[in-house]
Design a protein around this ligand. Structure first.
Ligand SMILES: CC(C)(COP(=O)(O)OP(=O)(O)OC[C@H]1O[C@@H](n2cnc3c(N)ncnc32)[C@H](O)[C@@H]1OP(=O)(O)O)[C@@H](O)C(=O)NCCC(=O)NCCS
Length: 250
């Protein structure tokens, strides 16, 4: 989630997560590796600053450090895998109706099916794998994420299948840099899964993104979500790296 403040040891305050969970949440900044030599100073700083929860992604290539991390109170949550796809123009033959939401028509979307899908997104998230976090707050997090995506605060592109009044699959993307987006949220209504809808929507979304000069999509996900992994791999996404997700709680 969005971050603001940086402390001396490359940890970043996460105001959104802090407000939601009602505790002080930080993350270890990107590209910072917690080596065994660095840990004692970091733990002291976390305690001095009364940090309640720290997120950390540790490069899976450095598996030798895992023992020291767990011995220092870092809880292993899951493995994060990042996948990429280079977009290519293609002719689409799917006949299922699709739509794109923009600021102008976002208010017309029926929230009920989206909120129902937020439960599945919450259940497959890394937060649900941390039994110290309250399930109700994780649900609230995903519901808020969906609402803020409809306000285009947490999404730059929003596509759905069906109609705005009856969406049954949706996907959102956020710009990372010119020409590249990250796939943020995707879900198909539970009773309509495995019918080709998720892939049909991505095919439409990819062509619409190409028309906006976006040619690469990245997605970060949990390795334990094997269904979604099979889905992304079938769509042509390929893994570019993996990280161990750790949460440290005071
Ligand atoms: C991931 C998700 C969006 C896929 O949507 P979907 O509409 O069911 O996907 P499709 O029917 O287009 O599936 C396309 C392919 O993906 C793979 N796939 C999809 N669901 C699968 C499952 N449950 N088990 C194994 N493979 C699966 C299959 O290869 C499938 O092709 P096939 O049915 O011809 O074998 C859906 O499962 C979902 O909403 N999951 C919950 C939310 C979630 O996990 N989101 C991703 C967070 S990273």
């Amino acid at each position: 989630m969005r971050s603001t403040r940086r402390s001396s040891l490359d940890i970043t305050h996460l105001p959104w997560d802090s407000e939601l969970f009602g505790i002080k949440v930080y993350q270890v900044s990107e590209n910072v590796t917690l080596t065994p030599a660095r840990l004692p100073r970091l733990i002291k700083e976390l305690l001095d600053n009364q940090v309640d929860l720290l997120y950390y992604l540790h490069d899976a290539k450095r598996s030798r450090d895992v023992y020291t991390l767990t011995a220092s109170g870092f809880r292993f949550i899951d493995t994060r895998i990042v996948l990429n796809i280079e977009l290519k123009s293609a002719k689409i033959t799917d006949t299922v109706p699709w739509f794109q939401l923009v600021k102008r028509n976002a208010g017309q979307v029926n929230l009920k099916p989206l909120i129902a899908m937020s439960k599945d997104l919450a259940a497959t998230s890394r937060f649900s794998a941390d039994r110290l976090l309250k399930k109700t707050l994780i649900l609230k997090m995903y519901k808020t994420w969906i609402l803020k995506s409809l306000e285009f605060e947490m999404a730059d592109y929003w596509f759905g299948l069906g109609t705005p009044s009856d969406p049954f699959t949706f996907v959102t993307f956020k710009t990372i840099r010119p020409g590249e987006v990250s796939l943020s949220l995707i879900a198909t209504r539970r009773d309509l899964r495995r019918k080709g809808y998720g892939s049909a929507l991505l095919r439409h979304a990819f062509q619409a993104l190409l028309a906006k000069k976006v040619n690469r999509v990245r997605v970060g996900m949990q390795l334990t979500n094997t269904k979604a992994l099979a889905f992304y791999e079938k769509m042509g996404f390929r893994s570019v790296g993996s990280w161990y997700i750790f949460h440290w709680h005071r």
